[in-house]
Design a binder for this molecule. Structure first.
Ligand code: PLP
Length: 402
C-alpha cells in the first residue's frame, strides 16, 4: 500500500473507487506517477485538459493573473470575466453568460433559469433523459436519469421527468402543462457515449417552439471543441440554436470553472438572459480572474491552432484504429469516443489492464471504455494508444476476442 493510499484511506471521504495510481505530474498527453512511470493520458482528467497537461499558454496566463489579481468578489467588475463572457457569447450566439465553478453548478444555474422562467405561470417541470448525467448536487442528481446516483438521497427536489434519449415520441408524451424546459446532453458522456441523432435534436427544437419550452444543452463534457466544434451540438445539427447551454470541464484546462449561457430571445416580457436579476443567483468564486484568464488562454489556443479541426481529424484516426485493433463498435464524435466492450468484459477491468500497459482511459458505465485525449494529441500518440489497446485485447482480456 502506498503512502498516498494510506493517507486517502484515513483522511479522504471515500466517494471514489479510485484506481491504484498515484499521479505526480503531467506534460502534454502524458502523466507521470510517483515512481516515475509514464502513462499516455487518454482521459485528460475526464475531458478536462483539452490542451494537455502544463500547456505553456495556460501556465503563463495563470501565472500572470496570479501575480495580478486572483480574486476580487462578484461585488465588483473584473476584466477577465467580462472578456470570457464576451468570447462565450461570440461562440454561442446573442445572449449573456453566468460564470461559476463546476458542471453541476452550471446545470443548477440552468435549472434555476428554467424555474424562474416558468414561475409566472406555474410551470416548473424539466424533461431530462434516461442514462443522462448532470452532476452531483441534489438538483443535478434529480435531473440525472440514472437511479444509482439518487439512491439514499431522498427526498430529491421534484419537477424532473425522464424521457428516452433519441425518442421524440417519448419526449412529446412527457410534456405536461407544468413543463417549462428540456435539458439534454447532445452527446451523453457518463451514460456510455451516446450521440443524439440530428433529427432528434431538431425535433426537440421544434417541440420546444410548439409548446413554448426552453431547450437547454448540457455541454459540460461534449462542449468547447471535444466533438470537433466549439458548440458540440453543431457537430450533430449545425442549423439549430438552443436557448441555454452549460459548460465546465474543458473550459479552463483544469482550473475549476463552469459557465452557462442564456439566449437573448424574448421570454414573456424580457430577454431570457435577463430573467436572473440581482439577488436571484450568485457565487463567491465563480468568474474569478484566475479561472477566466485560464479559459481565455484555452479558447485562444483552440482557435489559433485549429484544434476543432484537429479533434475531427485525430478523432477519425483514433476511431478507425480502435475499430481495427478490436473489431468492436466505437461510438462518439471527434475526440469523445467510446469503445463498446464484448459481453462479459467489465469496463473497469479493461481500464486497469490498459493502465498496466501505460494507457489511461475512463470507464463509461459497465461496458464502455471512453477515450478523451487532449485536442492537440499527435498522430504518433494515437498510434501508440491503439497499439496498447490491441495488446490488451490480445493478451490481457482474451475474452474480448470472443
Ligand atoms: N454534466 C455532464 C454532461 C458531465 O459529464 C458532468 C461530469 O461528468 C457534469 C455535468 C458535472 O460536472 P462537475 O463534475 O464539474 O460538477
Amino acid at each position: 500500500m502506498s503512502a498516498l493510499s494510506e493517507l486517502y484511506d484515513s483522511c479522504v471521504i471515500p466517494t471514489y473507487a479510485r484506481f491504484d495510481l498515484d499521479i505526480e505530474s503531467g506534460s502534454g498527453a502524458r502523466v507521470r506517477d510517483v515512481q516515475g512511470r509514464e502513462y499516455l493520458d487518454f482521459g485528460a482528467g475526464i475531458a478536462v485538459c483539452s490542451l494537455g497537461h502544463a500547456h505553456p499558454a495556460v501556465t503563463e496566463a495563470v501565472a500572470r493573473q496570479a501575480a495580478t489579481l486572483v480574486h476580487c468578489s462578484n461585488l465588483y467588475r473584473s476584466g477577465p470575466q467580462a472578456l470570457l463572457a464576451r468570447r462565450l457569447v461570440e461562440i454561442t450566439g446573442p445572449g449573456k453568460v453566468f460564470l461559476c465553478n463546476s458542471g453541476a453548478e452550471a446545470n443548477e444555474g440552468l435549472i434555476k433559469l428554467a424555474r424562474k422562467a416558468g414561475s409566472a405561470n406555474g410551470r416548473f417541470e424539466i424533461i431530462t433523459f434516461e442514462n443522462s448525467f448532470h452532476g452531483r448536487t441534489l438538483a443535478a442528481i434529480a435531473a440525472t436519469g440514472q437511479d444509482k446516483v439518487k439512491a439514499g438521497f431522498s427526498p430529491l427536489p421534484e419537477g424532473f421527468v425522464h424521457a428516452r434519449f433519441n425518442d421524440l415520441d417519448s419526449v412529446a408524451r412527457a410534456v405536461s402543462p407544468r413543463t417549462v424546459a428540456i435539458l439534454v446532453e447532445p452527446v451523453q458522456g457518463e451514460g456510455g457515449i451516446h450521440v443524439a441523432q440530428p433529427d432528434f435534436l431538431r425535433g426537440l427544437r421544434a417541440l420546444c417552439r410548439e409548446r413554448d419550452l426552453l431547450l437547454m444543452f448540457d455541454e459540460v463534457q461534449c462542449g468547447l471543441g471535444r466533438t470537433g466544434d466549439l458548440c458540440g451540438w453543431r457537430s450533430i445539427a449545425a442549423d439549430m440554436q438552443p436557448d441555454a447551454v452549460s459548460w465546465a470541464k474543458g473550459i479552463a484546462n483544469g482550473v475549476p470553472l463552469g459557465a452557462f449561457w442564456a439566449s437573448s430571445r424574448q421570454w414573456q416580457n424580457e430577454p431570457l438572459c435577463d430573467i436572473l436579476g440581482p439577488g436571484t443567483h450568485g457565487t463567491t468564486y465563480g468568474g474569478n480572474p484566475l479561472g477566466c484568464a485560464a479559459a481565455l488562454a484555452v479558447l485562444s489556443v483552440i482557435e489559433k491552432e485549429g484544434l476543432c479541426d484537429a479533434a475531427r481529424r485525430m478523432g477519425q484516426i483514433l476511431r478507425e484504429g480502435l475499430e481495427r485493433a478490436t473489431g468492436r463498435e466505437v461510438r462518439g464524435l471527434g475526440l469523445m469516443l467510446g469503445l463498446v466492450l464484448p459481453e462479459g468484459v467489465v469496463a473497469r477491468d479493461a481500464v486497469v489492464a490498459l493502465q498496466r500497459r501505460g494507457l489511461l482511459a475512463i470507464p463509461a458505465g459497465n461496458s464502455v471504455v471512453r477515450f478523451l485525449p487532449p485536442l492537440n494529441v499527435t498522430k504518433a500518440e494515437i498510434e501508440e494508444a491503439i497499439r496498447l489497446v490491441q495488446e490488451v485485447f490480445d493478451f490481457d482480456i482474451p475474452a474480448a476476442r470472443g
